[in-house]
Design a protein around this ligand. Structure first.
Ligand code: G3P
Ligand code: MG
Length: 235
């Protein structure tokens, strides 16, 4: 079972930052997951929450801030003084560092209520189209986003994000041309895992931080987990 650093490695470095990516690399991870949104001026930025309040020294909604304002924020000092001055990354630069480190990236297209999903899809596709598809995996809780990315970047693999497994999961995955289902491990049962694997899809679970649970999911055939702290798990 593969380990994917959640938001970089969120327990060890400020989430969704270059420092998190470097920490993932130092731990030997080959995959990280990040969240992306649009700034007011249509830059694709790597950040999870709808506001910058929790993970930076700024205030305000991501979509209402211009890139030059976001670029000035400190996205590391809230986590620890050693990370002070760490910027909010843009997707293009983040992926450049990931490529240099040999790390593959799961880009979660994060749509908060009222966000312009179509615009985010178009801007993400412009950033990722020139890149090697095998180094990327797209995911979203919004099926419409995945359908749009299927049109825009058909060569880049997609995973459908859900909390609980919906009854029509198989139809949805087929309709969206997804190769993977990404679900909350808390609600996953062994028989569901078996059915998803038997249908030929990859099964990825978030966010798994207990080592015993990692082993259980590995036994169930889960292909990859998202974790804030991979250190305790031995293959
Ligand atoms: O992509 C898996 C996981 O990141 C989904 O939840 O809220 O951490 O983005 P969240
Ligand atoms: Mg995420």
């Amino acid at each position: 079972m593969k380990l994917c650093g959640h938001r970089g490695v969120a327990a060890l470095a400020p989430e969704n930052t270059h420092a998190g990516l470097r920490a993932a690399h130092a731990l030997g991870l080959t995959w990280v997951e990040i969240d992306v949104q649009l700034s007011r001026d249509d830059e694709v930025v790597v950040i999870h929450d709808k506001t910058v309040n929790r993970c930076s020294n700024g205030r305000g909604r991501v979509r209402e801030l211009e890139w030059p304002e976001l670029a000035r924020l400190d996205a590391g000092g809230w986590f620890g003084p050693e990370f002070a001055g760490e910027p909010i990354p843009r997707l293009a630069e983040y992926l450049g560092l990931a490529a240099a480190l040999g790390i593959c990236v799961n880009i979660e297209l994060k749509i908060h209520p009222g966000d312009n999903a179509g615009r985010l899809c178009r801007r993400v596709s412009e950033v990722i189209t020139p890149l090697p598809p095998e180094s990327l995996l797209l995911s979203s809780f919004k099926p419409a986003c995945l359908a749009h990315m299927q049109q825009l970047t058909p060569a880049i693999a997609r995973g459908l994000l859900v909390e609980r497994l919906p009854h029509d999961w198989h139809t949805r995955l087929l309709q969206l041309g997804c190769i993977a289902l990404h679900c909350n491990h808390k609600y996953l049962t062994q028989s569901q895992a078996k059915a998803i694997k038997a249908a030929g899809f990859l099964l990825h679970c978030y966010t798994v931080n207990e080592v015993a649970r990692m082993h259980t999911l590995a036994d169930w055939g889960v292909d990859m987990i998202f974790t804030d702290d991979p250190r305790g798990y031995k293959q």
